[in-house]
Design a protein around this ligand. Structure first.
Ligand SMILES: C[S@@+](CC[C@H](N)C(=O)[O-])C[C@H]1O[C@@H](n2cnc3c(N)ncnc32)[C@H](O)[C@@H]1O
Length: 230
């Protein structure tokens, strides 16, 4: 799914590292506490994949795409006035529909933000198509804050949290608390974290340089994967 902070461009590169981790715990689960647009989890080959996210509208949308894709196919883009009405009256609509309206017509697919005033019809439909083309079958999708997940033992956990200096998700996020959580769950699990910077007791186990698209003037950025040193 088109999603701000998506790992769509990186997923194929990250995959061998994650699959290597899963060889250590072949009977364990693959868990993503920050599943977002499900761009990483759909690439992973494993018997049990679980994706959590604290945005209940996002989870409802992904589940709808799994169970009733035709309803998403039929969703239409509306004006900014309707968008604002849905934004202020979320409880009057199905959660998946709020999810569709909150992500498909917005700038960079940011949650309920910056409705594309001059949206070409292709942008909404393109976002829709991108989600419907994803193979979500067999993935368990659950609405939860990462702090409430029972991660257990002997699992592989890939974390793609809101980055420290680029928080787009309209939810307060305490990074220090997250680092502490990773330290704790790393005692009994293999835990990978995507971030630009982590505290010194974490080591960077992989990095790659991403060139910006041709229309962007931004400098190339270095994406990294970290593990707790234990
Ligand atoms: C960087 S995005 C994940 C992108 C995803 N890997 C992809 O490729 O599409 C981070 C996600 O964390 C979620 N999030 C933020 N705070 C959270 C929390 N406390 N618990 C669980 N999910 C949270 C956001 O809703 C967002 O979907």
């Amino acid at each position: 799914m088109r999603y701000v902070g998506s790992k769509r461009r990186l997923a194929k590169k990250l995959l061998p590292i994650i699959q290597q981790g899963l060889k250590v715990y072949p009977k364990g689960m693959y868990i993503e506490p920050f599943v977002g647009g499900a761009n990483m989890i759909t690439e992973v080959k494993h018997h049990t994949r679980i994706g959590y996210d604290a945005n209940k509208y996002l989870i409802a949308l992904l589940k709808q795409a799994q169970q009733n894709p035709d309803s998403i196919e039929q969703a239409k883009c509306f004006s900014k006035t309707v968008f604002n009405y849905i934004k202020s009256n979320k409880d009057k609509f199905y959660n998946w529909y709020v999810g569709a309206m909150g992500f498909f017509p917005t700038y960079c697919n940011k949650w309920m933000e910056s409705y594309h005033e001059h949206l070409s019809p292709g942008v909404f439909d393109g976002s829709k198509k991108c989600l419907l083309n994803q193979n979500l079958s067999g993935i368990h999708l659950l609405h939860s804050d990462y702090r409430n997940i029972n991660v257990g033992k002997g699992n592989v956990i890939y974390c793609d949290p809101p980055y420290k200096f680029a928080d787009f998700y309209k939810m307060p996020f305490n990074h220090e608390e997250f680092y502490e959580w990773v330290r704790t769950v790393s005692r009994n699990n293999i835990v990978f974290v995507s971030e630009y910077v982590m505290p010194p007791d974490f080591e960077c186990v992989w990095r790659t340089t991403i060139k910006p698209g041709i229309s962007h003037k931004a400098a190339p950025r270095v994406e990294k994967l970290f593990m707790y040193k234990n």
